[in-house]
Design a binder for this molecule. Structure first.
Ligand code: GAF
Length: 375
């Protein structure tokens, strides 16, 4: 739905003229399951957006219409509690803002998104960030540092939704820069834009296996990593593979830590490969990341392993890996830009032949971060 239609629909439903805000989903080129371990990540915001139309309504209530799921909820700002559905991302943002002393006004919100849900491209972070911008604007709060926006959106997910995610997704949605990935240091939150070469295309292929990160597997990986760091007496960011090999750790935390330490090294290698325009090396790093996520982190699935293998068998694909939290979702393939559309078709055909499932593939471009859509 375009902005004019969203605005018109809002006026039809709520009888007011809204302001519009939008926030993108993200891909992550490399650096998976390391953001919650002080690690390095390389995400990019994508050209898919969650849009929120918003106007104050003079009450103490948030009325929220989600067009795509044809649902509407009314939330009492003074008594926000999780409902275990999509509206928790909205309520969570309102709650963390109120907790930090922001006078969130009653408001009408209308939400629509073309960020695929459950595909590992952070539709939830896009919703949180778009709602955050809307509520801050309606509260009259200006000049908030962008990093604080990312922190609030992450807090909504951690403290209200109950998903112990790191900051990568919300940070990428807030800070995205067209044509660039972001090398983000999750310990300091310093970041550097990394230009993506024109000859590189990123194809996202949804395995159609839905993922849900709130149901335990993600939290368990994070707990294993924290147990490894505690046993080593050091952040995994500061540990080498040699030190790990010499340490006495229970098997599971040891494997998780090996993933984290090796993945952080791959991020630096990937940044160097991008700077050199060396897509072969970058592709090999993506493949190695997948293997580590599958074997050591155990967050891949048969569907994702199959899909990544199907992608790698296509000649114009440099490398492919599962992307995001895992347990389903999407594979990201690095493809020669001249062959992006034929590669996309070839991957879908190979996956259908192997599994009988018709995957959804799309070419994604690195886009700008969240903001208000001005008329
Ligand atoms: C999910 C989380 F939300 C991120 O913080 C990150 O940990 C990712 O999984 C794995 O890299 O998207």
């Amino acid at each position: 739905m375009n902005d004019a239609d969203l605005s018109a629909r809002f006026t039809e439903r709520f009888g007011a003229t809204p302001r519009l805000f939008r926030a993108p989903g993200r891909i992550n080129i490399i650096g998976e399951h390391v953001d919650y371990c002080d690690g390095l990540v390389l995400p990019a915001a994508i050209d898919r957006w969650c849009s929120v139309a918003a106007a104050a309504n003079g009450s103490d209530m948030l009325r929220v219409t989600a067009i795509d799921v044809d649902a509407e909820v009314t939330l009492d700002l003074g008594a926000l509690t999780p409902r275990k559905d999509w509206s928790d991302y909205v309520a969570g943002v309102a709650q963390v803002l109120r907790r930090d002393g922001i006078a969130v006004p009653g408001a009408d919100l209308m939400v629509t998104s073309d960020v695929p849900i459950g595909a590992g491209v952070s539709s939830s972070a896009a919703l949180e960030v778009a709602v955050l911008l809307a509520l801050l604007a309606l509260a009259g709060v200006r000049d908030v540092p962008r990093v604080q926006m990312a922190r609030w959106a992450q807090a909504a997910e951690n403290d209200f939704v109950g998903m112990p995610c790191g900051i990568m997704d919300q940070f990428a949605s807030v800070h995205g820069l067209a044509g660039h990935a972001l090398r983000l240091d999750c310990r300091t939150l310093d970041f550097t834009p990394v230009a993506l070469p024109d000859k590189a295309a990123f194809v996202l292929v949804d395995s159609m296996q839905r993922h849900a990160l709130v149901d335990g597997g993600y939290a368990e990986r994070r707990a294993d990593c924290e147990a490894a760091a505690a046993a080593l007496g050091a952040s995994l960011r500061d540990v080498t593979l040699a030190q790990l090999a010499g340490a006495v750790l229970p098997e599971r935390p040891a494997k998780r830590a090996r993933h984290v330490v090796s993945e952080i090294a791959r991020v630096n290698a990937a940044v160097a490969a991008l700077a050199a325009g060396d897509l072969r090396t970058l592709g090999a790093l993506l493949d190695a990341s997948h293997a580590s996520l599958s074997v050591d982190m155990a967050v891949s699935t048969l569907a994702l392993d199959t899909l990544a293998a199907c992608a790698r068998a296509v000649p114009s694909v440099y490398g492919a890996r599962m992307m995001g939290g895992g347990f389903g979702g999407s594979v990201l393939a690095l493809v020669d830009a001249k062959q992006a559309s034929s590669a996309q078709n070839a991957i879908v055909a190979a996956y259908a032949a192997a599994t009988g499932v018709k995957a959804n593939a799309m070419l994604v471009r690195a886009g700008d971060g969240a903001g208000e859509v001005l008329p």
